[in-house]
Design a protein. Structure first.
Length: 403
């Protein structure tokens, strides 16, 4: 009400000071301010300042209420007073070369797999301006910034919106979650019929061709094949499903398979590094000859995972499959990642239902797609580093260094 009154008084004063032009002369209108104008302007300024103070007070009260409710729910939230005192200006990036970053990275203890040591070292390098991409997907400013809110804020993502926002590349079928490649009940039926008919034909053929006693023995053995097949299908249907899936899949050349694995692991490493996950293990696989990276799922104390940790792990888990899609149009090696993500969902502090799990999975795919696409040159450098079996320090130098 005060603001409206002050504005009205100002308009009245301005109207009274206006001199109408003569009908014979063209005279520019003039405005004259008196003490009433000055009073009106002062009242307007005081009213505006009062409104701002009210808004600030309301915001502070809302923040206090949020902190109180969060503490009651068991969430760790930095207090507003502590946050204000801890405000730190963002460091000036030094834009170091790949060689300079490699020399610095060699001093970071990656070999031991100690999460606390890695986080402390990499955080200090960010705060000094040497590194810029460590935790860049989650932090707002330097690691000592007053803001503890993560940049990774999950939101519901449908398969349709995922396809639209990734230019049609990341879809249900390309991720292997669309159901097109699933083994159906009809597949089991067809295979069972084929096994029974094949065993019957072999039994008859053995009686007709082999000597009498030998042929009878083989006939009994062939008769046991359908029985064993049905027994395995009843106890472990996954084994038969795996055989059906393997028979359907197209075999890849060894070099192509190795390239696919390199792209998969490079996607994991890039997104894991940008999400601030310390490395637990990094070694050359004896089966594939490609370096594989494993991250700490929960570097902090305790077994339960926070919302921020679940968000980061969702991105990292889906990054390997998304990286495959960007290279080959379809992912084939993401089954273990999805299983690991399911285990992480079970360790969440808050219950995550089936619908939210699907949203987090699709959101993780979308976010990892954006991270890789926005750092494509660094990602391709990592792919080559994984091919060449480079060390972790060298991989970090590719991410943080400037060419």
């Amino acid at each position: 009400m005060t603001l409206h009154t002050a504005t009205l008084l100002s308009l009245v004063a301005l109207t009274g000071a206006f001199h109408a032009p003569s009908t014979h002369h063209v005279i520019a209108p003039s405005f004259q301010y008196d003490k009433h104008d000055r009073i009106s302007s002062t009242q307007l300024s005081m009213s505006t300042a009062s409104e701002v103070e009210k808004l600030r007070a309301a915001a502070a009260k809302a923040r206090e209420e949020y902190e109180r409710l969060s503490k009651e729910m068991g969430k760790d939230v930095a207090s507003s007073s502590a946050s204000t005192a801890a405000t730190v200006a963002a460091p000036e990036p030094k834009n170091l070369s790949v060689e300079e970053v490699r020399a610095i990275s060699n001093n970071v203890d990656f070999a031991s797999g100690d999460a606390a040591s890695q986080i402390e070292s990499l955080d200090s390098l960010v705060d000094s301006g040497d590194f810029t991409l460590w935790k860049s997907a989650v932090r707002r400013g330097p690691t000592t910034s007053s803001s503890s809110m993560s940049l990774l804020v999950p939101f519901p993502v449908t398969l349709q919106s995922l396809e639209t926002r990734t230019d049609g590349k990341v879809t249900g079928p390309s991720l292997g979650v669309g159901g097109e490649g699933d083994v159906k009940f009809e597949d089991f039926q067809d295979l069972t019929v084929a096994v029974v008919l094949g065993s019957t034909a072999l039994g008859i053929l053995s009686l007709a061709v082999l000597p009498e006693n030998v042929g009878a023995t083989f006939t009994y053995l062939f008769a046991l094949i359908p029985v064993g097949f049905i027994g395995i299908g009843s106890v472990s249907p996954g084994i038969i499903a795996g055989v059906i899936t393997a028979a359907r899949s197209e075999s890849e050349d060894a070099d192509v398979q190795r390239e696919r694995i390199c792209r998969h692991e490079a996607g994991h490493f890039l997104c894991g590094y940008m999400c601030g996950l310390p490395v637990k293990n990094y070694e050359i696989s004896s089966d594939t000859g490609v370096a594989c990276v494993e991250f700490h799922t929960n570097p902090s104390s305790g077994k339960e995972l926070s919302e921020d940790a679940i968000a980061a792990l969702s991105v990292v888990a889906m990054s390997g499959s998304v990286a495959e899609i960007l290279g080959y149009g379809k992912a084939t090696g993401g089954e273990n990642d999805l299983l690991e993500l399911q285990n992480c969902f079970r360790l969440s502090k808050e219950f995550i239902g089936a619908a939210k799990q699907q949203d987090l999975t699709r959101w993780g795919a979308l976010t990892s797609y954006n991270l890789i696409k926005s750092n494509m040159s660094k990602y391709e450098g990592l792919v080559q580093a994984f091919k060449d079996k480079k060390s972790l320090a060298e991989c970090v130098s590719i991410i943080e260094g400037t060419v």
